[in-house]
Design a protein around this ligand. Structure first.
Ligand SMILES: [Zn+2]
Length: 236
């Protein structure tokens, strides 16, 4: 087995310090509390606009071993504790994304970025993730990477029983260091960085027949382009 390092603090991982990080926290699996609900992990291709199903998991067993115990029980656990009450309020539609203070936006954005890195790291056909951005969150004081873009939507019109779907995040993890412009529909609000401005396009909602269709539709609404001087613009 190759020597691996903690993706948070770069300490070499050993049998003594390795830990099992639940990609979706156990508290969330308990709240969602639906044994039949699985987390489906898709890769979306910008070329074909198709979604490829990579993995399907029970919420409670979606875990990865790439962080050390100090990170898992330290800053990551602390972040879960700070994000949980805010996320629960949003998921249960008790609070609105529009009501969040800058501090609350920062906390749930950091949580979404941390979770997106964990989900992406479970995907072995990606290039190396920009872990230097992730490591900023492990430092004290914490640095939430401004290069990662977070938008979120509250979707109140789903039937009961899909409460997790009432809060939907899209996180952009940049593989290329560049300035970006983001466009989406009015469903999503920009959360991070705090001064992020996005372009809004009007889209009609199609007839949605399943929660997965809705999630795919919401995710595909978000488009990010690299700002470039050349006439051909790369899409990421
Ligand atoms: Zn660590």
């Amino acid at each position: 087995m190759t020597k691996r390092a903690c993706v948070g603090c770069t300490v070499p991982l050993t049998n003594e310090n390795i830990s099992r990080e639940h990609i979706l926290p156990e508290w969330l699996a308990t709240v969602v509390h639906q044994p039949e609900l699985t987390l489906k992990h898709y890769r979306h291709s910008e070329d074909t606009r198709e979604d490829e199903l990579l993995r399907s998991h029970d919420l409670g067993s979606y875990a990865i071993k790439n962080v050390c115990r100090d990170c898992n029980n330290g800053w990551m656990s602390d972040l879960e504790g700070r994000a949980k009450p805010i996320l629960l309020g949003l998921m249960n539609m008790k609070t609105s994304l529009l009501q969040l203070s800058p501090e609350e936006r920062s906390v749930i954005s950091e949580w979404a970025i941390k979770t997106a890195f964990m989900i992406a790291s479970a995907q072995n056909n990606l290039p190396e993730l920009p872990w230097h951005l992730f490591r900023g969150m492990a430092r004290m004081p914490q640095e939430i990477p401004a290069q990662c873009i977070v938008v979120a939507a509250q979707v109140p019109f789903l039937p009961d029983g899909f409460s997790i779907n009432k809060l939907h995040f899209v996180v952009l993890i940049p593989f290329v260091d560049a300035e970006r412009v983001v466009r989406t529909s009015g469903v999503q609000l920009p959360l991070w960085p705090l001064e992020l401005e996005i372009l809004i396009a009007h889209r009609h909602f199609p007839t949605i027949t399943s929660p997965n269709d809705l999630i795919n539709f919401l995710t595909n609404l978000v488009e990010a382009g690299i700002v470039s001087d050349s006439p051909s613009r790369a899409r990421v």
